[in-house]
Design a protein around this ligand. Structure first.
Ligand SMILES: [Zn+2]
Length: 206
């Protein structure tokens, strides 16, 4: 079974993280983790079709491999966030190593003119001390809708329908620009955008 929405008790327990943006407006915050890779260019094309802006949580080493895609993301008006340089799990990293790796990603982002103000921990795994330290510089962004697009055990149709069912006004929605998500995101993303655009929603950066 795939859990697509994070429980309310978790939001209260982990206050100090942003899980969604409370609002009465019909607005959604799409986020894409782990790029930039070649697939990111397809995502940018799809977003353009719907006049949608989104937030990309980038891995520093992928920015170094694909700086032109990172620059295109910025040039098209999307926001970018820090997702560590090497996609580290906070639970398996010392405080010092985790902060140094995050700083390396930030330096790479700044080299291409981006601002380091948003952070999302890979796997959602971060210790209290790591979070406290990073909060000095960053808004720590989690999510309330997990599309599970990376899972090989979910059908693309279910990825789409479960994500639609879990979405509310102000939701922060996680997709992935990584190879594991390829089949599901190519099915779900355009249909998800079409569904909510038809209902009068807009899609904005964090
Ligand atoms: Zn990630």
């Amino acid at each position: 079974m795939h859990i697509h929405s994070t429980p309310k008790w978790l939001h209260r327990w982990l206050s100090g993280f942003t899980w969604h943006k409370p609002t009465d407006r019909k607005v959604l915050y799409l986020t894409f983790d782990d790029g930039p890779i070649s697939m990111t260019e397809w995502i940018l094309d799809v977003l353009k079709d719907y006049d949608a802006k989104a937030t990309f949580f980038c891995v520093g080493e992928n920015i170094m491999r694909n700086p032109h895609i990172f620059c295109r993301t910025l040039a098209e008006g999307h926001a970018v966030g820090n997702h560590t340089h090497n996609h580290l799990s906070g639970w398996k990293s010392s405080l010092k190593h985790y902060l140094a790796n995050t700083a390396l990603c930030c330096a790479t982002m700044q080299k291409y003119g981006a601002v380091c103000r948003l952070f999302r921990p890979p796997y959602g795994r971060i210790t209290a001390r790591q979070a406290t330290a990073l909060r000095q510089q960053y808004e720590l962004i989690m999510w309330d809708v997990l599309t599970c697009d990376y899972s090989p055990r979910i059908r693309p149709q279910d990825c789409l329908q479960n994500s639609i069912a879990a979405t509310q006004k102000g939701s922060i929605v996680v997709f992935h620009d990584n190879k594991k998500a390829d089949v599901n995101i190519r099915y779900a993303l355009p249909r998800y955008l079409a569904h909510f655009a038809d209902l009068g929603f807009t899609f904005e950066c964090l």
